[in-house]
Design a protein around this ligand. Structure first.
Ligand code: DAT
Ligand code: MG
Length: 151
């Protein structure tokens, strides 16, 4: 089966609110493999490239201000089906619509402060991991739990 990558990011509000450990923990407990992790202050240019598909939206300038307002935690996660599964763990874009049990559903209240990002397709997962991480920052490794997660 095809192993995909997704780019997950704790946004500045998640970092400021002390939710980094909680958010990492959700993906770790699920059983996906962490291949990249860093605390990072991103530039306006990088934020604009990351969200380039939303450039025409009225909220775009505010979104860029928000994402660059403080450090973020960048993560790359890998696994079969990781992209749609991570989106489910994260929950709906509007935290008030997000189901309880999801990260946004449990921990946030407004779209403009929805604490976490997750790639929306395997193609964007690859693109975003390559955008946020340099090659030497990613680790290829074999978790000892692998045979206990997948038969
Ligand atoms: P998601 O982050 O769930 O993939 P998206 O890609 O449509 O959602 O939008 C990216 C981010 O932009 C989202 O997490 C928060 C912000 N955003 C989206 N829609 C918005 C809106 N209507 N008003 C303000 N911010 C919005
Ligand atoms: Mg999106």
């Amino acid at each position: 089966e095809k192993v995909d990558q997704t780019y997950i990011m704790v946004k500045p509000d998640g970092v400021q609110r002390g939710l980094v450990g909680e958010i990492i923990s959700r993906f770790e407990k699920k059983g996906f493999k962490l291949t990249g992790l860093k605390l990072f202050q991103c530039s306006k240019e990088l934020a604009e490239e990351h969200y380039k598909d939303l450039k025409q939206k009225p909220f775009f300038p505010k979104l860029i201000d928000y994402i660059t307002s403080g450090p973020v935690v960048c993560m790359a996660w890998e696994g079969v089906g990781v992209v749609p599964s991570a989106r489910k763990l994260i929950g709906a874009t509007d935290p008030l619509q997000a189901e309880p049990g999801t990260i946004r559903g449990d921990l946030a209240v407004q779209t403009g402060r929805n604490i976490v990002h997750g790639s929306d397709s395997p193609e964007n997962g690859k693109r975003e991991v390559a955008l946020w991480f340099k090659e030497g920052e990613l680790c290829d490794w074999t978790p000892i739990q692998a045979p206990w997660l997948r038969e």
